[in-house]
Structures are given as structure tokens and as C-alpha cells.
Design a protein around this ligand. Structure first.
Ligand code: HEC
Length: 143
């Protein structure tokens, strides 16, 4: 038991250290692509959860979505490119924050509604999330 706890703590520390090391280098394009793929998978999971009527799958997907969307923003390369960054600060920053907050809020709504047995409203919140994904892709993908 003790050994397991110690191993668990060591693994968590390793993961945290890894995450911090990544953070200090800034957000790379590879990380952003990985986050996007994670969110696309989470959206698929939520949808499967709806169809299989499985609250756990829905909850896991929505939680992953909430945890991942907070990372999204300009990459370190974009931040160090003066033109792109200026454009982002002028047009993109506010909108990005708004979209991110909406996705977080709707993801929580998906969980709450589905847990309460309101699948129709949960599905509606889900499609609002998809709308926000597309909004950023259409309007802000190049910031
Ligand atoms: C704030 C802006 C923003 C939001 C919100 C956003 N994306 Fe993206 N997405 C991007 C950008 C920028 C790229 C291009 C990534 C790159 O090449 O750096 C991208 C690319 C992608 C890709 C392609 C990844 C690849 O393999 O090339 C997928 C899939 C994706 N997004 C899914 C999603 C999903 C699902 C959501 C909503 C839950 C979402 N995105 C929300 C900005 C956003």
C-alpha cells in the first residue's frame, strides 16, 4: 500500500515536472495540435456517451474538454512574431477568451444536463460547443 502511494506521488511529481518544463518553453504548435486532437476526441466521446446513454463517458469527455481548452492560445512562435502577435492582440485576444469561456461553460452544462437526465438540453449545449470550435477555426485560426 505504502509503496503504491509513494510510486503514485513520484509519478505525479514527474508529470508535473514535465508539464512545467513544457510551460517554461511556451506553448508550441505541436502542443496546440495535440490539444486540438484531444478536444476532437473528447467531442467524439461525449457524442458516444449520449448515444450509449453513458454518463461517465459524457462526464470524462466534457472534463477533458474543460481542462484542455484553457491551454489554447497563440504559440510561442506566434508570440515572437511581431506582426502576428499584434494582430492577435488587436482582434483575437478578447474573442479567444470569450470563446474559451463559452466552451468551458457549455462543457459543464453538458455534464449537468446529462446527469439530470435532460439529454435534449445536453445535446443542445454540445452543439453550442461545436459552434464555438468552428467560430475560432473560421475567424481566428490565423489570429
Ligand atoms: C481559440 C481558437 C480555437 C478554438 C476555440 C478551437 N480551435 Fe481547433 N484549432 C485552432 C488552431 C489555431 C488550429 C491549428 C493548429 C495549429 O496548426 O497550430 C486548430 C486545429 C484543430 C484541429 C486540427 C488538428 C490537426 O491535427 O492538425 C482539430 C481537430 C481541432 N482544431 C479541433 C477543435 C475542437 C474539437 C474544438 C472545440 C472543442 C476546437 N478545435 C476549438 C484554434 C482553435
Amino acid at each position: 500500500m505504502m509503496k503504491q502511494i509513494i510510486a503514485g506521488v513520484l509519478i505525479s511529481a514527474g508529470v508535473l515536472y514535465g508539464a512545467e518544463a513544457e510551460q517554461s518553453k511556451g506553448y508550441t504548435q505541436a502542443q496546440r495540435i495535440a490539444d486540438m486532437q484531444k478536444m476532437a476526441q473528447a467531442m467524439q466521446d461525449i457524442q458516444s456517451g449520449f448515444f450509449y446513454n453513458n454518463v461517465d463517458i459524457v462526464r470524462d469527455g466534457a472534463k477533458t474538454l474543460k481542462a484542455t481548452i484553457v491551454n489554447v492560445g497563440p504559440t510561442i512562435e506566434e508570440i515572437t512574431n511581431k506582426d502576428i502577435y499584434e494582430q492577435y492582440m488587436q482582434n483575437g485576444e478578447k474573442m479567444t477568451l470569450k470563446i474559451k469561456r463559452k466552451i468551458e461553460r457549455r462543457a459543464q452544462e453538458v455534464i449537468d444536463r446529462f446527469e439530470n437526465g435532460d439529454a435534449v438540453q445536453a445535446l443542445q449545449a454540445y452543439s453550442k460547443i461545436a459552434e464555438q470550435c468552428m467560430k475560432c477555426h473560421v475567424r481566428l485560426r490565423k489570429w
